[in-house]
Write a protein that binds this ligand. Structure first.
Ligand SMILES: Nc1ncnc2c1ncn2[C@@H]1O[C@H](COP(=O)(O)OP(=O)(O)OP(=O)(O)O)[C@@H](O)[C@H]1O
Ligand SMILES: [Mg+2]
Length: 491
């Protein structure tokens, strides 16, 4: 039975059509994926469903009745709840406080009773959550459960999750998928967005593929393959496994000697860590999130104080840094694409002449990058906060890989990117390596590290516990080192 029906939904921004006559039927109790390239219009459509945007035309039906979702409050009254990717929780409040916050109808301040009620509810949904803890003290995976519980508390029957797994560790992904399965079995309807095709095949019943704002098809996952899905998304063959390019390993570009680095809370999260990185080489850093990767990357880029030891670079170093948090560190969100692309060059010709910014040259540069990096944007004057997540990442890449960096520090460089863009970024990094760049490739995706690297360092509790040759290293060996710091479990 069609439970939720979107009919001929169209939404434009200026003269750009983000959703073009979209029709989708979603069955009650199903897990329905929305798949599509960066900028295909997925988030826009979900924002319409959750009342954040109004469509220009089209109609939404719930159980065959036409409805108008004029605000997020109205959406939740219809039982539609969105779990946002950038969580909207208040970090200084407890789980219970966050869940009852803004739920004015039922508000009474007996926190103990509320806590017990919410705790029982969490258990009933198999969501393990310490309800009295402060949200700031919880790992991302648990914060996400709080977001889920928050919409369930408001009696949502339809849950929308926009790239929920992009920020999770593999273990957290596993438990999220289990939770979603159970919710669906309890007749909740799940709308699931992800760029990871295995996840879609694994958990979804049905999948709708969007391309450039239009529906390409809606099919059962049991009747397709990851390969076919990829082709439908991109509209051409994609090469999912990146081919390694051999390059000549050259001189040492970076040498890190016994460094200690602290995190924001003053704890030493990098400890006694050493390695050398050569020109023409990709050193992958594999590890579970939170083992010191962030602090290491920051320290190499001079953004964090090195307490002990030292970092030595080759002369005439030019660094390209792809930071993990693109919105906070990589971009100025309310600047245009064109301006973000010249953040490092704005003092130089041709972008600046006699102290004045040259808008013509800046715009031209922007136009070229949009073409070269296939950034889905109508023009270079568009503000970066109007771009889709994946296209924001492409702006950083376009800026950091232009010129000729001698050292590239790439942290989760493909997070949030679609298959085509992932392929593009990986090829671009391999090309940089071939031209002699030294690359530190930090990622929590083990497969990706294995496919890209010449050597693989495993980071565990702030140290490189081993550095292996990628040609001979096995998944099992690396997995064990990542989770226990040891090569073998002692029986
Ligand atoms: N407020 C806005 N103003 C102008 N253009 C916008 C706005 N919001 C979205 N767009 C454009 O609409 C298109 C679709 O964006 P949307 O965020 O829906 O993509 P997406 O499919 O979610 O992509 P991703 O996988 O990268 O998250 C993009 O080209 C984006 O630049
Ligand atoms: Mg999106």
């Amino acid at each position: 039975m069609t439970y939720l029906h979107l009919k001929n939904i169209t939404k434009s921004f200026g003269n750009f059509v983000a959703n073009d006559n979209i029709s989708i039927s979603i069955a009650a109790g199903s897990v329905h994926a929305i798949l599509g390239e960066n900028g295909a219009g997925k988030t826009t459509l979900m924002n319409i469903l959750s009342g954040l945007y109004q469509p220009d035309s089209g109609q939404i039906y719930l159980e065959d009745k036409p409805i108008k979702i004029s605000s997020p409050g109205v959406a939740i009254n219809y039982g539609i709840g969105m779990i946002h990717q950038h969580f909207m929780l208040v970090p200084t409040l407890t789980v219970t406080e966050n869940i009852i916050l803004g739920n004015s109808g039922k508000f009474n301040l007996n926190l103990n009773t509320k806590s017990a009620e919410i705790s029982a509810m969490a258990k009933a949904y198999n969501l393990e959550i310490p309800v009295s803890s402060k949200v700031a003290d919880l790992p991302i995976g648990i914060q996400q459960r709080v977001e889920i519980l928050k919409v369930l508390y408001r009696q949502a029957k339809i849950l929308i999750l926009d790239e929920p797994t992009a920020v999770l560790t593999p273990a957290e992904v596993h438990s999220l998928l289990n939770i979603l399965r159970k919710l669906a079995a309890n007749n909740h309807t799940i709308i699931f967005i992800s760029h990871k095709l295995e996840e879609v095949m694994n958990i979804c019943d049905t999948v709708t593929i969007l391309r450039r704002g239009k529906v390409i098809d809606t099919i059962k996952t049991s009747a397709t393959t990851t390969h076919k899905l990829a082709e439908m998304m991109v509209g051409r063959e994609v090469n999912l496994v990146s081919n390694k390019i051999a390059a000549k390993k050259g001189k040492i570009i970076l040498e890190v000697k016994n460094i200690e680095v602290k995190n924001d809370r003053g704890l030493s999260t990098v400890n006694n860590l050493s390695f050398q990185l050569h020109s023409g080489e990709i050193l992958g850093v594999a590890g579970v999130d939170g083992n010191g990767q962030r602090e290491l990357a920051d320290a190499i880029n001079g953004l964090r104080f090195v307490e002990k030891g030292n970092i030595e670079f080759v002369d005439n170093l030019k660094v390209g840094y792809i930071p993990e948090d693109r919105q906070k560190m990589g971009l100025i969100m309310n600047f245009s694409i064109a301006r973000n692309l010249i953040l490092k060059l704005f003092r130089f010709l041709p972008f600046c002449r006699y102290g004045f910014l040259q808008s013509g040259a800046i715009n031209n540069h922007g136009k070229k990058a949009i073409e070269k990096f296939d950034i889905r944007a109508s023009h270079p004057q568009l503000k970066v906060n109007q771009l889709s997540g994946g296209n924001q990442q492409k702006i950083i890449l376009a800026r950091e890989l232009s010129g000729k960096p001698t050292l590239i520090v790439a942290m989760q460089p493909t997070r949030g990117l679609d298959i085509g863009a992932t392929e593009y970024v990986q090829q671009a990094l391999l090309a940089q390596k071939q031209q002699g760049a030294a690359i530190l490739y930090i990622s929590t995706e083990l497969e990706e590290v294995m496919a890209m690297s010449d050597r693989i360092a495993i980071i565990y509790e702030g140290k490189f516990v081993d550095i292996l040759d990628a040609a001979t290293a096995t998944v099992e060996e690396i997995g064990l080192l990542m989770t226990s710091g040891k090569k073998q479990l002692i029986p």
